[in-house]
Design a protein around this ligand. Structure first.
Ligand SMILES: O=C(CO)[C@H](O)[C@H](O)COP(=O)(O)O
Ligand SMILES: [Fe+2]
Length: 226
């Protein structure tokens, strides 16, 4: 699946930004609070309005302090998937259950320097694992291939039947990097600048999907796909 990130779109025309990627699978919405990350974007009122303005499922990526308090509200606001950062959460299991009870998929996100191993046990509470491939906070940064080991470890656990998860990658994904991410085992590819800097964002989505399919086929041949 391809999830264009509206972080790279024109914030004065968000409904148009959603319309311009009608071939996308999810619309990725970066919520930043100027506290967990040094940038401020949007919050619940904008997510509520976006939900009314588009049929695309909203993939909310919360880069905020105290997600235990705020994350379930994004599910109530109509998000299809609500992902929060493990580094910011005091009660990730309780928060995941509250998100699911409110009707959304629950996602756990890891910064590039955060190891996956300590969290394997709690991943059964989640539907999505978002592996950051840049430091959270800004679009347009360079992809960090060193995070792909976490992707492959998660892929193997899914293939072995130990987990049922979408494996999502976020940061620096474009035509030059999507194939290696797909080969490592990613299911959901977030792309901000690669989509919204393109002349035709919908065509960029289609091109990224084609490239991802090639990489996914190689992943299937080498490590399988559960
Ligand atoms: O979470 C994010 C940044 O914290 C964004 O989703 C991400 O950076 C997308 O932008 P790009 O594809 O340009 O890297
Ligand atoms: Fe994001």
């Amino acid at each position: 699946m391809i999830a264009p990130s509206i972080l790279s779109a024109d914030f004065a025309h968000l409904a148009d930004a959603a319309d311009s990627v009608s071939r996308a699978d999810w619309l990725h919405v970066d919520v930043m609070d100027n506290h967990f990350v040094p940038n401020l974007t949007l919050g619940l009122p904008v997510v509520k309005s976006l939900h009314k303005a588009t049929d695309l499922p909203l993939d909310c990526h919360l880069m905020i302090t105290d997600p235990d308090r705020w994350a379930p509200g994004y599910a109530e606001a109509g998000a299809a998937n609500v992902t929060f950062h493990v580094e910011a959460a005091a009660n990730p299991i309780q928060t995941a259950r509250a998100i699911r009870s409110a009707g959304a998929l629950a996602g756990l996100s890891l910064k590039p320097g955060t190891a996956l191993d300590p969290y394997f046990e709690i991943l059964k509470e989640f539907d999505t694992l978002l592996i950051m491939s840049v430091e959270p906070g800004f679009g347009g940064q360079a992809f960090m291939p060193e995070v792909l080991g976490k992707v492959t470890a998660a892929r193997r656990a899914v293939n072995a039947g130990h987990l049922r998860l979408f494996i999502e990658i976020d940061g620096g994904i474009g035509e030059d990097t999507i194939v290696q991410a797909a080969e490592a085992g990613v299911d959901v590819f977030v792309a901000g600048s690669a989509v919204y800097a393109a002349d035709d964002p919908d065509r960029a989505v289609t091109r990224l999907r084609e490239l991802a399919r090639d990489g996914m086929a190689r992943c299937e041949a080498e490590i399988g796909r559960g």
